[in-house]
Every structure is written in C-alpha cells, then in structure tokens.
Design a protein around this ligand. Structure first.
Ligand code: ATP
Ligand code: MG
Length: 366
C-alpha cells in the first residue's frame, strides 16, 4: 500500500509544540502498526509567516494541501499580527483555506472521557454527541463583505443555499449511521438546530434538512431552536446524538460543547468535504503559553485520530480505521490514568511527557 500523504501546518503560538507532540504519537503508530503508512510534508503558514513575508498561506503551500490526502493543522493566528485593515490574519486565512478545500461540514465531537474535568455536576448516562457546523456559508458567507452605511449602521448577510444545506445534512445523517446513537438510550438521531421561527433563511435550512431526512428512514430527525439547544446542552446533553446547524450557530455551540467536556485543550475538530479533509484542534494559539512546553496536545492528537478515521472510511482501509480507534483509546487511557496530564486539566506534566505517555499507551495496546 502507498503511504497517505499528510500536509502538516504547525502554525503559531502553541501550534508547533502540539504538532510536534502529535508527530511523536503518529510516528509511533507507523512504527508499531503493520500496514499503516503515513508520509508527512510540513509547511510554515499563518501569522508569524505573515509578519515576515506578508503572506499567510503561500500558493505552493495551498497546492500541497490540495494535493495531499489530508491536511493536519495546529493553531493559527497571533493577536498582534494584523492585516492593513486592522483585522487578525487568522480568519482570512482559514476562510480562504476552507473555501479552497471545499470542506462543507465541520465536525466537533463533544465527548466526556473518564478522568477529564467536566463542567457539569451530574453527567447522567454520559456525554457523547456531535456538533456539525455548515462550514462554507451561513453568516460567514458575508466574510469579506458586509456593508457599513455611514457611521451609524452596519449589516451582514446570512446566505443559506439548498446545495450547502443538503450537503451538511446528508453528512450528518451518514455520520449518525456510523455512530452508536445518543448516550441515554442508543437511539440514532439527527437534530437540526436553527431559528426557523424568526428568520426566513433558517426556515429554509430546516425545510431542506427535512427533505434530506426522507432518505434516512433508519434515523430519527428532529429540530430544536438554537436558544433552547444551548439550554439542553447543559441540562440533558445525553439526549442528543448528532446536531447540525448553520455556520455561526455551530461556531458558538461547538465552543460551548468543548467547555462542557474539559475545555479547549481536549477538543478536536474535522472539516470535511466531498474530496478534502482538514483536521485541527478547536483551540487557538494561546500565545501566553507558547514555547513553555505546557500546552495540552490532546486536542491535536484527537484531531489526528479523526483524520485516520476519515481516511480509513474514505479508502475502505480497515487498518487505518482500527488505528483511529486505537489512538483515541490511547488518549482515553492516559486521561483515565491521570498521572500524566498538562496544567489546563489539573496536572503538572509537559506537552512532551503527554505525547510520550500516549505513544507508550499505543505500544502497550498493539
Ligand atoms: P482564537 O481566537 O485563536 O480561537 P482564543 O482567544 O479563542 O483564540 P485560545 O487560544 O483558543 O483563545 O485559548 C484560550 C485559552 O484557553 C488560552 O489562553 C489558554 O489558557 C487555554 N488553552 C487553549 N488551548 C489550550 C491548550 N491546548 N492547552 C492548554 N491551554 C489551552
Ligand atoms: Mg476562539
């Protein structure tokens, strides 16, 4: 078998440290698992590069991302590096990369691992649901546009298309088919999260969602308003399986989800399209922690597990699928054991120590 080509973008702040830790773990997997082969190219991109060269994502780097089998990105952006219009360079680069790769669905698992700090006192039958965010349109379609009328009024536009909504809804149902259902009773369900009672665009999102739902009679389809969903995510998160929503709603609810199950240092994400997959932790560059070897690499490592799962599913590669499960189990093992953990989740270990503990857990399970 030929190796999967993985384009790595270590980025800024704590990004490179988290990426280095992830490489330690992935290199161990390639060493220990028969038939798993990954080949890496690594590129500079992001705010530091912009500061030096005026470019965040050179054309050659984008070309390599487009040619690769998957892109693994750590965190991008620094608050003091700004484009001429005063905005941070990170959103421009990320929106450009998403549009180039046409990754229409962003996936944020909200899963409570034993030993991870949880924001809830009562965790019921457990927390394990998925937030899927439409990733190319919605309110973010306005990015780079919008309008300012004189000094008094500014507007942005929400764009919902049948194509974009169908793609993300379809993705949500297919993901639900591969999962074990909601934590409370195993029922497989996809919930559309919207504000269909107020906005025409949101009513259309819900309408297209239910059109797609007709193709998946094996999965229960429902809809909940976004304000109510924010409440349910805190009160009874175990009653949900897969949630699908517009871009900006997903931006907000996925951070709420990360906060529920141990904070940003534990939250992976995947952005998936018809051809390309982009994987990155949900946290930012945390500049005050950069260079200290204290950042939690687990979010990046779990993002790499999502990457292996996607590659395995896409290519019908059972070795890769099993490697994804093994990697997630190794992270869970280290979390449950509790001796090696970074300060953000109550420990004293370094980024590198966490990487070596996860690598050892992998070797112990192969
Ligand atoms: P961005 O605008 O890039 O999303 P942000 O302002 O949301 O960034 P983050 O960089 O994501 O902020 O992080 C917020 C805080 O969470 C950090 O300052 C840090 O304290 C903590 N944090 C985030 N990621 C990690 C991590 N991997 N390990 C430890 N702490 C983290
Ligand atoms: Mg943020």
């Amino acid at each position: 078998m030929t190796a999967y080509q993985i384009a790595l973008l270590p980025g800024d702040g704590i990004g490179p440290e988290c990426m280095e830790a992830t490489r330690i773990v992935l290199d161990r997997m390639v060493r220990d698992i028969d038939g798993l082969d990954l080949a890496f190219t690594s590129h500079r991109a992001g705010a530091e590069l912009y500061r030096e060269t005026g470019e965040t994502l050179p054309a050659a780097v984008l070309d390599d991302c487009l040619a690769a089998d998957a892109v693994l990105l750590s965190a991008i952006g620094l608050p003091d590096v700004r484009s001429p219009d005063g905005t941070e360079v990170q959103p421009t680069m990320m929106v450009g990369l998403r549009r180039a790769l046409q990754v229409h669905s962003a996936v944020r698992p909200v899963k409570l691992y034993p030993g991870a700090p949880c924001a809830l006192k009562d965790t019921g039958p457990g927390i394990d649901f998925i937030v899927i965010r439409e990733n190319l349109e919605g309110l973010f379609a306005s990015f780079g546009g919008g309008a300012k009328v004189g000094d008094e009024v500014a507007t942005d536009t929400m764009v919902i298309t049948r194509k974009g909504t169908s793609q993300v809804s379809d993705f949500a149902f297919r993901l639900a088919q591969r999962r074990n259902g909601r934590a409370s009773d195993g029922k497989k369900m996809v919930t559309c999260v919207d504000k269909a009672n107020v906005f025409r665009s949101m009513a259309f999102f819900r309408e297209v969602f239910f059109d797609v739902a007709k193709n998946y009679s094996d999965i229960e389809a429902g809809a909940v308003y976004v304000d109510a969903m924010s409440l349910y995510m805190v009160q009874n998160p175990w009653d949900f399986d897969v949630l699908v929503m517009e871009n900006q709603f997903g931006d907000i609810l996925s951070d709420l989800g990360a906060g529920l199950v141990g904070g940003l240092g534990l939250g992976p994400s995947a952005e998936i399209g018809e051809t390309h997959g982009l994987f990155q932790p949900s946290h930012g560059t945390a500049p005050q922690l950069a260079g200290k070897n204290v950042a939690n690499p687990m979010a990046t490592i779990l993002s790499a597990a999502m990457m292996l799962d996607w590659l395995g599913d896409k290519h019908g590669d059972d070795v890769c699928l099993a490697a994804a499960v093994l990697l997630e189990e190794a992270v869970a093992m280290v979390l449950a054991d509790g001796t090696v953990r970074t300060p953000d989740i109550g420990g004293k270990s370094s980024t590198t120590e966490v990487a070596h503990a996860i690598a050892a857990a992998i070797s112990s399970k192969v």
